[in-house]
Write a protein that binds this ligand. Sequence first.
Ligand SMILES: N=c1c2ncn([C@@H]3O[C@H](COP(=O)(O)OP(=O)(O)OP(=O)(O)O)[C@@H](O)[C@H]3O)c2ncn1[C@@H]1O[C@H](COP(=O)(O)O)[C@@H](O)[C@H]1O
Length: 103
Amino acid sequence: MSDVLKRLAATIEARKGADPASSHTAALLAKGPAKCAEKFGEEAVEAIIEAVQGNREKLTYEAADVLYHLTVMLAAQGVALDDVLAELERREGRSGIAEKAAR
Ligand SMILES: N=c1c2ncn([C@@H]3O[C@H](COP(=O)(O)OP(=O)(O)OP(=O)(O)O)[C@@H](O)[C@H]3O)c2ncn1[C@@H]1O[C@H](COP(=O)(O)O)[C@@H](O)[C@H]1O
């Protein structure tokens, strides 16, 4: 799964400074980090609506939009996807309940 996300993150990184007329990603990045965050929020809400309605086919489509816009938002802030994946790896094998209790 993370292979396609890593390829996507590399493509998004390569779009920095590309022509906004030929790249949706470049156009989004050119609008700035706040706009990228706002778009992520919109896509997340669309996914939530499909989840609440139990529409699995549309949720699958919206979830892909969420992952794309999450990756754009990270790129806009200069946060490496690898660092997010490393954080997930660090959490592997530790129950969320145990983690919360140790806070
Ligand atoms: N995964 C995606 C992806 N998912 C969704 N989208 C686009 O995100 C947009 C979100 O839909 P909206 O209805 O919000 O459209 P919008 O035009 O942004 O709307 P507003 O700005 O008017 O609010 C759509 O235009 C989708 O095409 C994506 N655009 C690009 N990618 C990936 O990014 C790569 C690079 O794309 P370009 O940067 O366009 O070359 C592609 O090869 C894909 O792998």
